[in-house]
Design a protein around this ligand. Sequence first.
Ligand code: NI
Ligand code: MN
Length: 228
Amino acid sequence: MATLHYHGHSTFTLVTDDGTKVIIDPWFDENPVSDVKADEIEGADFILCTHGHFDHFADAIPLAKRTGATLVSTFEIVSFVQSQGVENAHPLHIGGGYNFPFGYVKMTPALHGGQVAGDDEGAFTTVPGGFWMELKGKTLYHAGDTALLTDMTLLKGTVDVALLPIGDNFTMGPVDAARAVDFIEPKVVIPIHYNTFDMIAQDPEVFRGMVGLKAAVEALQPGDTYEF
Ligand code: NI
Ligand code: MN
């Protein structure tokens, strides 16, 4: 049994069944809806960053330094965090995966911006991604920030739980996210990247109606947990 703790926006703490703690897209302190501050995170084993925008990355470097967690992201983001003094990091890139002790993690394509917050010269600008993970037979897909991609059809039938942005404006909105559900055919969808601020306000019940019976929609509030 794995547990997902939702902190709002795209930020999760994933605890795998062996107790490994994996923080995904850490954005706590400036996240207006987060249920916790970064200092309240008591230890972490891994930190996964889909891309370098501040709302996915702002707390990654201090959290990695404080906890000693291994930061996993694209080669460019890992190079940047190493230049900032992060000791434990593992570079991946789109289409590649690696067997970590807690499971297999593969980076998936995302169509979005590549700026890395804190990299003032743009030397580490990268392509954004998502993560597909296999955790002891259960599969999880965090799409990151992305437009609808026909590449998502390649995930068809391989995802138990999909974390999909529905906020529109910067990412897929509900209509395209519902099409992504058609492409991926996950068992469960958890909508993310919405209701953090006005520009990405959405009603998850409208999204649930669009998905219909194709997948179970679990609309989590910050502080909620989901077990799978
Ligand atoms: Ni972004
Ligand atoms: Mn974002």
